[in-house]
Design a protein around this ligand. Structure first.
Ligand SMILES: NC(=O)c1ccc[n+]([C@@H]2O[C@H](COP(=O)([O-])OP(=O)(O)OC[C@H]3O[C@@H](n4cnc5c(N)ncnc54)[C@H](O)[C@@H]3O)[C@@H](O)[C@H]2O)c1
Length: 267
């Protein structure tokens, strides 16, 4: 059950094979949407889609590397052909590289820029094209980009990552402006999740300690919790339920917004 009703809508969640993306796929499915998980992790993604289908949800998996434009073209074609629609896109796929600025490795940095920024922009390009009037789906819709609390604070060791998420924040506003002004009927918003103990969140804590920024991973987590007025880390559903809200008609007059879902850490 969900407080939102997305019955009859089709959603694509990038990076939906695990972590926050999987929780978003589950939350959208609970609200009645047909959910497509797009990911480079083929086995994990197929298993996640199957497990979701076993709960009664309409789901499928598409192989999607968000940095590859030809993947976007074929994924959108396939989704519209199979489900007749594309109403919701969550640009969630992302990676995080932890490094001090003095040590940052250019190849890793470029890969992260490609996935987090170019991947989000390609999602916007092909999502807006499909959803706008005359597009393959053509019914308008809602796009939610996943930024991070890292776009709103200065946390050591994640300069590159923070930069990519600040870019997602700004790109969201321009996309909302273009979509609104050009009558696409697509709302574009973003969320800034706080730290969640997914694979990415746990890796960050370990690497912060390895860089000597905190005595141990546990101390890194404790520092985050200490900076968080609600006094805990995020849970995947904390983020996923806000994504479902932004995807739903309850957010019908919201576009170009960024919602902090971080227990107050970034205020
Ligand atoms: N976990 C956190 O604390 C946290 C906090 C703020 C923001 N975020 C953001 O939330 C999003 C999800 O994070 P997570 O913690 O679930 O991460 P995760 O590493 O657990 O999962 C990321 C998913 O993205 C997929 N992916 C990676 N590269 C891809 C590509 N090129 N194309 C398609 N899929 C790809 C991975 O296979 C994986 O399934 C990311 O954008 C991340 O930056 C996470």
């Amino acid at each position: 059950m969900s407080v939102h009703d997305l019955t009859g809508r089709t959603a694509l969640v990038t990076g939906g094979a695990r972590g926050l993306g999987l929780a978003m796929a589950e939350s959208l499915a609970r609200a009645g949407a047909t959910v497509v998980i797009g990911d480079v992790a083929e086995d994990k993604g197929r298993t996640a889609a199957k497990q979701l289908a076993d709960t009664g949800a309409q789901t499928r998996f598409v192989h999607l590397d968000v940095t590859d434009e030809s993947h976007w073209e074929s994924a959108v074609d396939e989704i519209v052909r199979d489900t007749g629609r594309l109403d919701i896109l969550v640009n969630n796929a992302g990676v995080e590289v932890t490094a001090l600025l003095v040590d940052i490795a250019v190849a890793e940095l470029r890969t992260m820029l490609d996935i987090n920024i170019v991947g989000t922009m390609l999602g916007l390009k092909h999502g807006l094209r499909a959803m706008r009037p005359g597009g393959a789906a053509g019914n308008g819709g809602s796009i939610v980009n996943i930024a991070s609390v890292a776009a709103t604070i200065a946390f050591p060791g994640i300069a590159g990552y923070s930069g990519t998420k600040s870019a997602v924040d700004r790109i969201t506003r321009v996309a909302a402006m273009e979509s609104g002004k050009l009558g696409y009927g697509v709302r574009v918003n973003c969320v800034y999740p706080g730290l969640v103990a997914t694979a990415m969140g746990q890796k960050l804590a370990v690497e912060e300690a390895a860089l000597g920024l905190f005595p141990s991973p546990e101390d890194a987590v404790a520092a985050v919790v200490d900076q968080t007025p609600l006094g805990r880390l995020g849970e995947p559903d904390d983020i996923a339920d806000v994504v479902a809200f932004l995807a739903s008609d309850a957010a019908r007059f919201m576009t170009g917004a960024g919602l902090s879902v971080d227990g107050g850490m970034g205020m």
